[in-house]
Design a protein around this ligand. Structure first.
Ligand code: AMP
Length: 419
């Protein structure tokens, strides 16, 4: 597989899929430029080598229709400033005018294509009339598939090389994230720096983990994390389950959880996860004590209680001191650590200590040589809140794509290039 750091773009026209789906305010000003900044190393590499960068992205949800509110031209000036090079804006992403603009580009120049999602072919969802018959649905889907191929081919026709650097959309089999790759040979398609580092860091955890490997899964509900937990059971030595999902497990064991968050529909599943963990020799750690509150509020009264005896009217909102000690010890003795989801309601100061202890233990293990990966919006927010972001090995900021990768799914955008 081609590696971007080894590739020389001199004289090459590269079409680069980035994720410029950034938030804007009502004046169409960028309010968070993280995603634009994340794409810069790849774009700079292309132009610094003496290549041409044709940059494409989706932006918002215009649902296959041209909508000026979702025009990528709003970002052009901001992108230009960050990049430090002139950026031209195309009026569309395909069509004769765009082809002419792309053909006229010279070495070192950058063209920003218009929002890919102004074309329904990007996502490839067929529009179906209400009450469409099975036959009609089939025909409409087949027609859209053909149109999507033509659209992907038209995008590919603008360049010599395809670079995918949009990890955030790598779990989508869209025209620009996956299908376009069919129109490039193996020696003219590659990941950009962002996807490359996401994939290689995630693989350090999922494929090449040094033991002991500990995963800490937290967050609100077990229902949203089941597939990840099941996938991790084949890989980890220790699995710490924290946060709101604790109480579904405790209730399944016959414990009293009071008013704590609990998914009664998942009690059997919790039991089966415990059985599977035992069968696979995975040590499962659940809190033994919790900080319970009489209200879901930072002003609530709080009390430490045994996790299996939470009083009526009280709810567990953070790990208790005994549990924190246990989590800390397990984490600090690990060589590979994956953290997804806080172990308490960290947004409220009173219930942040459990997640802080986890974050600090991860930083301490990393300082001793462990590889640590933090992924998923809330644990990233946690590590930033505690000022420890620079003391862990890698922070993944991708949402859905990261979760699907952790679930063990093959992402279409990754497969399209890696095969
Ligand atoms: P998720 O999006 O599933 O990762 O959930 C993250 C959310 O879980 C955060 O907003 C936390 O406040 C919340 N959370 C963590 N622990 C608990 C708990 N014991 N009860 C209710 N919510 C929790």
């Amino acid at each position: 597989m081609l590696k971007i750091d080894k590739f020389n773009f001199k004289g090459k026209k590269a079409i680069i899929r980035v994720d410029f789906n950034v938030p804007l305010n009502e004046k169409f000003e960028v309010t968070d430029d993280t995603r634009i900044k994340a794409a810069l190393p790849t774009i700079k590499k292309v132009i610094n080598d003496g290549g041409i960068a044709i940059v494409m992205s989706h932006f918002g949800r215009p649902k296959g229709k041209v909508n000026p509110d979702f025009s990528l031209s709003h970002l052009r000036g901001y992108f230009e400033k960050l990049l430090g090079t002139d950026v031209q804006s195309a009026p569309d992403c395909v069509g004769s005018e765009v082809e002419e603009m792309a053909a006229a580009l010279k070495s070192g120049e950058v063209l920003l294509l218009e929002n890919l999602r102004f074309h329904a072919e990007e996502e490839g969802k067929a529009k179906l009339p209400e009450g469409a018959s099975e036959e009609e649905v089939k025909a409409a889907n087949a027609e859209m598939k053909e149109k999507q191929k033509l659209f992907s081919k038209a995008l590919a026709g603008l360049a010599d090389v395809y670079v995918n650097d949009a990890f955030g959309t790598a779990h989508r089999a869209h025209a620009s994230t996956a299908i376009i790759a069919n129109y490039f040979d193996a020696d003219s398609k590659m990941f950009g720096f962002l996807i490359d580092s996401e994939v290689s860091n995630l693989d350090k955890v999922l494929k090449e983990a040094k033991q002991p490997f500990t995963a800490i899964m937290g967050g609100a509900k077990v229902s949203s994390k089941i597939t990840i937990i099941e996938n991790l059971l084949d890989k980890v030595d220790n699995l710490i389950l924290g946060g709101g999902m604790t109480y579904t497990f405790i209730k399944a064991r016959g414990g009293k959880v009071g008013n704590s968050l609990c998914e009664d529909d998942y009690l059997e599943l919790a039991k089966s996860i415990e059985i599977k963990a035992k069968e696979k020799g995975v040590k499962l750690y659940l809190a033994t004590d919790v900080l319970a509150a009489d209200d879901f509020s930072n002003d609530a009264n709080t009390k430490v209680m045994p996790v299996e005896q939470i009083e009526d009217g009280w709810m567990g909102l953070d790990a208790g001191p005994e549990s924190m000690k246990m989590f800390k010890e397990v984490i600090e003795n690990s060589s590979t650590i994956l953290w997804n989801g806080p172990v308490g309601v960290f947004e409220m100061e009173k219930f942040a200590p459990g997640s802080r202890v986890v974050a600090e233990a991860i930083a301490a293990a990393t300082a001793k040589g462990a590889f640590s990966l933090i992924g998923g919006g809330d644990s990233v927010a946690c590590i930033n809140q505690f000022g420890l972001a620079d003391q862990v090995s890698y922070i993944s900021t991708a949402g859905g794509a990261l979760l699907e990768y952790l679930e063990g799914k093959e992402l279409p955008g990754i497969k399209a290039i890696r095969g």
